[in-house]
Design a protein around this ligand. Structure first.
Ligand SMILES: [Mn+2]
Length: 320
C-alpha cells in the first residue's frame, strides 16, 4: 500500500485534524502520524516523509524566517509524490502558495474545521463532524457559522464536555508523542474522549494544576507598560500568559519557559490587538521566531534579549 505521512501540530486542533485525516486515509494508504511545529517542520519533513509519499500537513503556521525554504521543500515533495497543506494561521507578508501543492488555507476557522470540510467533500462521513468541533473549541474558534450549526446538530453540552477532556488532557502531554498518537487513533475511530481513561485522568490532573498556576501567576507577574509577564511558571505557558493578561489588566500577557539559551514564549492579548502582526515585525528586526494567531501567539527569544523583546513588544504593539 502507498505511504501516507500526516504531520500535525500537537495541540487539540492539530490532534483532531490528524484524526480526521487518519480516518479518511484508512484503507487507502499506510499512514503514519507525527507531531511538529512551525520551527520543526523542515527537519521533520526530511526525517519522516520518504520521497514519493503522500504528505498531509495540518495546523502548522508558516514561519516568517523559514517560509522560502519550506516552500521549496514542499514543491520538491509535490513533484515526487503529493502534498496537502491545511492551515489557518495568518501567512507571512507577500506569501505565494507553493506550486504543485494542494494548499487549503483560511484564517476563518480552525484547522479541524477546514480539514473536516475538505474531507467531507471527498466522502468522509458526517459523523466525524464532532471531531472537528472538539478541535475548533480547543482553538477557541467555536463561533463560526459551521460550528454553530453543528453544535445544534449534536448536543452542545456533550460536545463541550468531550472537547474539554480532550484539550485539557493534551495540555499536560506536550512532548508525549506516543500518548498523542494513541489519542489520534482513538479519535480516528470516532470514539469519545471520555472513553479513554488515561485522557480523562490527565484532564482532571490538568485542572488541578491550572488552578494552582492561576494563583501563582497572580502573585508573580511583572508589568512593563502594556505587557505583563511571568517566567518559568509551574504549568502551561499558554495558560499562564492568559492569567498574566487577566490579572494585570494590561493588553498583553506573556509567559516564558527556559529551554537552553532560549525562552519559549506564549503570548495572549485582548481582542483589539494583533499579536501575530506585531510578532512577525519584531521577528524580522530581532531575527527571532515569532507569530501565530492575532490573540494567541508564540515566540522563541534568546535569554539575553528578554528585556529588549518586552520593550519592542510595547513599542510595536499593533492595536485597533
Ligand atoms: Mn489551530
Amino acid at each position: 500500500m502507498a505511504k501516507c505521512i500526516i504531520l500535525a501540530h500537537g495541540d487539540g486542533d492539530g490532534v483532531c485534524s490528524a484524526a480526521l485525516l487518519l480516518s479518511y486515509l484508512l484503507g487507502k494508504c499506510d499512514s503514519s502520524v507525527y507531531f511538529t511545529h512551525p520551527v520543526g517542520i523542515l527537519g521533520d519533513l526530511k526525517e519522516f516523509a520518504p520521497r514519493g509519499s503522500s504528505v498531509f500537513i495540518a495546523d502548522i503556521a508558516i514561519d516568517e524566517i523559514h517560509a522560502e525554504q519550506l516552500i521549496h521543500l514542499l514543491e520538491e515533495y509535490g513533484r515526487d509524490g503529493s502534498v496537502t497543506y491545511i492551515d489557518h494561521h495568518p501567512l507571512p507578508e507577500g506569501f505565494k502558495p507553493p506550486n504543485g501543492v494542494e494548499f487549503i488555507h483560511d484564517t476563518c476557522c480552525s484547522a479541524s474545521e477546514l480539514t473536516y470540510r475538505y474531507l467531507r467533500e471527498k466522502g468522509l462521513s458526517s459523523d466525524y463532524a464532532r471531531i472537528a468541533l472538539y478541535g475548533a473549541i480547543s482553538d477557541y474558534l467555536d463561533e463560526t457559522q459551521w460550528v454553530r450549526d453543528e453544535l445544534w446538530r449534536w448536543d452542545k453540552r456533550m460536545v463541550f464536555l468531550e472537547a474539554g477532556i480532550l484539550s485539557q488532557g493534551l495540555e499536560g502531554s506536550r512532548r508525549d508523542h506516543v500518548f498523542k498518537r494513541a489519542v489520534v487513533e482513538h479519535l480516528a475511530r470516532n470514539n469519545l474522549p471520555s472513553q479513554m481513561q488515561e485522557l480523562v485522568s490527565r484532564s482532571i490532573k490538568q485542572a488541578e494544576m491550572d488552578e494552582k498556576l492561576r494563583l501563582w501567576v497572580r502573585y508573580n507577574l511583572r508589568i512593563n507598560g502594556q505587557v505583563a509577564y511571568v517566567l518559568n511558571p509551574p504549568g502551561s505557558v499558554g495558560r499562564a500568559a492568559n492569567y498574566a493578561r487577566i490579572y494585570s489588566g494590561v493588553r498583553v500577557g506573556v509567559a516564558g519557559e527556559e529551554r537552553g539559551e532560549l525562552y519559549i514564549m506564549s503570548l495572549r492579548s485582548r481582542r483589539e490587538c494583533d499579536l501575530n502582526q506585531t510578532l512577525r515585525k519584531i521577528s524580522r528586526s530581532l531575527n527571532i521566531h515569532g507569530g501565530g494567531h492575532p490573540f494567541a501567539a508564540g515566540a522563541r527569544v534568546p535569554k539575553s534579549l528578554l528585556s529588549v523583546f518586552i520593550n519592542e513588544l510595547n513599542k510595536e504593539l499593533i492595536c485597533h
